[in-house]
Design a protein around this ligand. Sequence first.
Ligand SMILES: *Cc1c(COP(=O)(O)O)cnc(C)c1O
Length: 394
Amino acid sequence: MKDINNYSDETKSVHAGITENEHLAVVPPIYQTSTFKFYNTDHGAKLFASEEEGYIYTRMGNPTIEALEESIAVLEGGYKSLACGSGMAAIHTVFASLLQKGDHVICSHAVYGPTTTLLENIFSKFGIETTFVDSSMTKNVENAFKRNTKVVYIESPGNPTMCISDIKEISELSHKKGALVVVDNTFMSPVLQKPFKLGVDIVLHSLTKFLNGHADVVGGVIIAKDEQSYQNLRKTLNLLGGTINPFNAFLVHRGIKTLAIRMERHSKNAQKIAEYIEKHPKIEWVRYPGLKSHPQHEIAKKQMYGYGGMISFELKGGIEAGKILMNNVQLCTLAVSLGGVETLIEHPASMTHASMGKELRVKANITDGLVRISVGIENADEIISDLEQALNKI
Ligand SMILES: *Cc1c(COP(=O)(O)O)cnc(C)c1O
């Protein structure tokens, strides 16, 4: 086979990270072991000194986990990746690796709720200060820079408001100011957005979402763009201990084989549903990057290869109307999380973004009436009929 990097995303999804093994199994085996034997003391010492390749202990590396890491690094176009026990473990590892006391972070205001809380409640204890800005306008990022700004952290599209930031523009600006750019690419997956091509330094994902795609694993991943960045992140991850386990790594790698076709279907279904919702008389507003009415539709067209499966909207009648909708769906499931094959619906203000507190939510435009849908790969017309019957109850 020619170099996997020269193939399309559809082919990379299926083949990346699948290496030959001793029994020529087509699917890489699950090495469900915590530790690996040394032939003798010399061998052990050489492995610890990185003078020889091999495995020592699963927190530091495992062939099943490495196969997954290889597949994601190839899809993102990065150097190497580090699989983690959760998306939050990945985010924690990145911040702990890059920051020290006295540093300043600029963060998109619409990000995964616990990311805000991690910076506000945990990293603040260690003398790290964060400014949250509406990064959909690069000017706001520029104005937030301080002499000690070390990291610019972007989620685009932002969770849950779907606002979009110009990743290339922000990367160029940040590099001029001497800061690193980290992008949470969870909502897009590597198939629909390639932040390294837009100039960023580190990409991360919650594997729990589109990459795994089947709502049965919690995991995360960090993708590094070069050896130096990779080694720094690896040292931090080994010490913090937020490693994924071999079985979950196997499941995520299995999920990734259908990533390209799933993303195509998620996007097609969500476009149809967003267009339906937009015309519905009970809707106040809807945000989907594929709608011309989306305020950053032009940026979306420029930097994304598809518009993804996430929609947010608000009903006339606010949260009370939203509750009736969420309590009456039959095919859609009322649950947090996203990116699985099944359609999920949730209420960010009382669920995923409750821990942020009202004040930060208001600033981030996360209104009490905002409803978020993760559109699955079911038949789009059947999802629409379900929403229709629930909307009729309002
Ligand atoms: C879910 C999510 C996370 C956190 O991932 P976990 O796997 O739940 O720890 C981070 N960022 C985004 C955008 C997410 O949707």
